[in-house]
Write a protein that binds this ligand. Structure first.
Ligand code: SAH
Length: 371
């Protein structure tokens, strides 16, 4: 039988979840439990050399050397903020660069992971949008960010992972689900389901798929309570308007894997745009039938943005209305601002294939000027 080049191209084992690894070993004529051993080596011990996997036979190690590879993103730069936040710039094989952020808090440590190089959704208040979009990350490039952070920080530091870095995770569905499988696999990173959160700007149909495919938690970047404003701030709303999005969220939180859990709503606080008492009351109404917690995010500025952060008084008033209505509501503390690691500030280095259309209210800026 002739083998095509496709058959002989080395397989990257880094991004394979347990199921895919088991299938791989079975196809090699090995027992499925080899997958468990290899998962432990790669993710648990951080081993990248097949020869070091000493509980595999020499023959199997030789086979892996020949047919497989382990390609990790390279850390091009790491920066530490005064407040303990760490940001890594990771270089990918094709020259693109993405950013990953670690945010230590008193009782937990959260790693914020990117899912795409750039982003195509063009949200009005986000720096990543200005970069344009290059491509989806592979599962190996998503889990590779955690692999590095885990090694750099040491065991026990990362208690939570959020897919809130560059990109729209649900537009890279399969790779994101595979990577989250590894995050939650006891033999890899062993994070609890509640502690892995995927955040979306609101791709309603993908939310239904997610309910089937993963037990991870869901966060929605809501930011507005009327379609008119949301169309402007989060343009994907024109495709999936609020009623459709909220219906998908309701189905999601009632699905088998999510029983008893809550959806997190992210709401960026923009001065004079979405921060009035009337906005807060509309939000209460919109979310009244969905088990929810709300995270208010004071807007983080970047060069060229026309928006300003809401005043502390406006944020306090907004929060008070939500709390009064019974919603668990937190205000996200801005972290890592001195190293441009705060929400919406991640830019990496994107070899963009598509550029966002300039908005009427915003001057188009050269990429260099954004940072
Ligand atoms: N595309 C996904 C994942 C990105 S998460 C999503 O939209 O959910 C990044 C979070 O930071 C989102 O809630 C986003 O709306 C928010 N954000 C973006 N720009 C921001 C800014 N300049 N200040 C504060 N939050 C911002």
């Amino acid at each position: 039988m002739n083998s095509s080049p496709k058959d002989t191209a080395p397989i990257d084992l880094l991004g394979l979840n347990r199921q895919a690894l088991e299938a791989f070993f079975v196809q090699l004529g090995e027992k499925p439990f080899r997958a468990r051993q290899v998962l432990k080596w790669i993710h648990g011990h951080g081993t990248t050399e097949f020869d070091a996997m000493t509980d595999l036979s020499k023959t199997l190690r030789a086979q892996l050397r020949e047919r497989c590879k382990l390609v990790l993103p390279e850390v091009a730069r790491s920066q530490a903020s005064r407040d303990g936040t760490v940001k890594w710039l990771m270089a990918l094989e094709d020259g693109n660069r993405i950013e990953t952020v670690f945010i230590p808090e008193e009782k937990r440590g959260t790693l914020c992971v990117s899912s795409q190089v750039g982003c195509a959704l063009n949200c009005a208040f986000c720096a990543t949008a200005r970069q344009g979009f290059s491509r989806n990350l592979k599962a190996s490039e998503i889990i590779g960010q955690l692999w590095h952070a885990y090694r750099a920080l040491g065991e026990g530091r990362i208690t939570n992972v959020v897919l809130m870095g560059m990109g729209e995770p649900l537009l890279n569905f399969d790779a994101v689900v595979d990577a989250m499988d590894l995050m939650m696999d006891d033999l890899a990173y062993g994070l609890a389901k509640r502690r892995v959160t995927v955040s979306t700007a609101g791709l309603a149909p993908a939310i239904d798929r997610l309910a089937e495919a993963s037990a991870a938690s869901l966060a929605i970047s809501l930011h507005a309570t009327t379609d008119e404003l949301r169309d402007e701030l989060v343009p994907i709303n024109r495709k999936y308007p609020l009623a459709e999005l909220l219906a998908a969220c309701q189905r999601f939180i009632q699905s088998d894997k999510q029983r008893g859990r809550k959806i997190t709503w992210e709401y960026v606080m923009l001065d004079g745009v979405n921060d009035s008492a009337a906005d807060a009351r509309r939000l209460v109404k919109r979310l009244s039938r969905i088990p929810s917690k709300i995270n208010l995010i004071p807007f983080n500025r970047f060069a060229g943005t026309p928006y300003r952060r809401s005043t502390p008084q406006a944020i306090e008033r907004f929060q008070a209305i939500l709390v009064e209505a019974g919603f668990l509501t937190t205000v996200r503390r801005t972290r890592g601002e001195d190293i441009d690691a705060a929400c919406g500030q991640l830019v990496g280095k994107v070899q963009a294939k598509s550029r966002p259309r300039p908005r009427h209210s915003v001057q188009a800026l050269p990429v260099e000027a954004v940072k």
